[in-house]
Write a protein that binds this ligand. Structure first.
Ligand code: AMP
Length: 409
């Protein structure tokens, strides 16, 4: 037994059919639709979903014409909502749209051609779209440099979404939560075991119709139906399925709280209305690091809530991958209309091999944090956002903010 302190830490995630996540996906689907036709589009859209209804509102400046309703319908259909009696049907959903032009005051503050009589270069023409604070975090506890708790919570809801496509009794709404026991080795976090998993999955009201299928999965036979009641059998089924996607070596005395509410028949927008930007912790680091409060979905790159947070993650991950520290938290902040950040802060939780002021110097020398420079480096004017709007914006393959710079120190 080591003498390092141990602690439990928890992250949660939500599936594709969760009402708040539906809204994030709709907002990013609309953003992608604009960007695919007009890479200069300025987009800030929000969404609400409630019983068989979606409202899309916000501000857009673009030469492109986008079919907002088609974006809403596609997201709802892909999430499996096809029955108005359960509160949402892509075929009959009422879509209310109220999108206006971006405020002229904001536009003129953000886009300038000259300053004090001097013509500006293209990177200096676009200032930050708002003031705000953004955080990026990275940790060496996983190959993705992400908190294990969040990676596992995301993996579970992604697996439930895969299962939904095969098993009719699994419905669209779900939430997961994973608690890991960590050892704190001089501030480096080492996962020891998964302490517990919480999982709620919306299900068909007539689970008894599916006992053979569930028996087959749980016991390998449908000949001798188990004596478990349908809900118990569903719990056993879910437990078996999620164990398959969790790292076996960490399943030590793990407790499972599956459907702790007892039943979950009413779900999605009927169970709970949804709103964009309500799952910021699921989108980022699962409660590790810090969060500036700004959400991502529906916002183009001039909104530093998004581009600044992606850049801060890129910096934090680059610091860890360059072995400058084992964990990194990076904060940057902006003022509306001003191109460069007004501050930059770093915390290595005492794991840094060089002083913080040297790290800040390395950041300043290696990362151009003007919004347009971030956009160019990370490819943010492309329609890349739809896939990110569920299962997290970080720790995913195929995105430039995950490709660390090799920093010399
Ligand atoms: P929130 O994510 O904070 O909006 O919390 C509400 C969420 O709880 C819903 O959107 C569902 O994902 C989930 N939920 C709704 N009904 C149930 C239920 N019967 N059992 C477990 N979870 C549920």
């Amino acid at each position: 037994m080591s003498n390092y302190p141990k602690f439990l830490y928890t992250s949660e995630s939500v599936g594709k059919g969760h009402p708040d996540k539906l809204c994030d996906q709709i907002a990013d689907r609309i953003l992608d639709a604009y960007l695919s036709k007009d890479s200069l589009a300025k987009v800030a859209v929000e969404c609400i979903v409630t019983q068989n209804m979606a409202c899309v509102f916000g501000e857009v400046n673009s030469t492109a014409k986008v079919n907002t309703k088609a974006c809403v319908v596609d997201v709802i259909r892909e999430a499996g909502y096809d029955d108005a009696s359960t509160g949402m049907d892509y075929r009959s959903v009422l879509v209310i749209e109220n999108i206006s032009a971006q405020s002229d005051d904001i536009r003129s503050a953000v886009e300038k051609t000259e300053l004090n009589g001097k013509m500006l270069d293209s990177y200096d023409k676009i200032g930050a779209g708002d003031q705000g604070i953004m955080f990026g975090y990275a940790t060496n506890e996983t190959p993705e440099r992400m908190p294990l708790t969040l990676m596992l919570a995301n993996r579970i809801v992604e697996e439930i979404e895969n299962l939904r496509k095969t098993y009719e009794f699994i419905k669209s709404d779900c939430k997961s939560q994973v608690t890991v026991e960590y050892e704190n080795r001089d501030n480096e976090l080492v996962p020891l075991r998964i302490d517990n998993v919480v999982l709620s999955v919306q299900h068909a009201a007539d689970l008894e119709k599916w006992t053979n299928v569930m028996n087959e999965c749980v016991y390998g036979t449908s000949d001798q139906p188990s004596s478990l009641k349908p809900l118990e059998l569903f719990r056993a089924f879910l437990r078996k399925k999620i164990r398959e996607v969790l790292p076996e070596e960490l399943l030590k005395s793990t407790k499972y709280h599956i459907l702790p509410s007892g039943k979950f028949i009413i779900g999605g927008p009927k169970g709970d209305s949804g709103l964009t930007g309500r799952k910021t912790i699921v989108d980022t680091y699962g409660g590790f690091g810090l969060h500036g409060g700004g959400s991502f979905s529906g916002k183009d790159w001039t909104k530093v809530d998004r581009s600044g947070a992606y850049a801060a993650r890129w910096i934090a991950k680059s610091l860890v991958d360059s072995n400058i520290c084992k964990r990194a938290l990076v904060q940057i902040s902006y003022a509306i209309g001003i191109v460069s950040p007004v501050s930059c802060y770093v915390d290595t939780y005492g794991t840094g091999v060089i002083d913080n002021d040297k790290i800040i110097k390395i950041i300043n020398e290696n990362f151009d944090l003007r919004p347009k420079a971030i956009c160019a480096a990370l490819g943010l004017d492309k329609p890349v956002y739809g896939r990110l709007s569920v299962y997290g914006h970080f720790g995913r393959k195929g995105y430039k903010w995950e490709e660390s710079k090799n920093l010399k120190f």
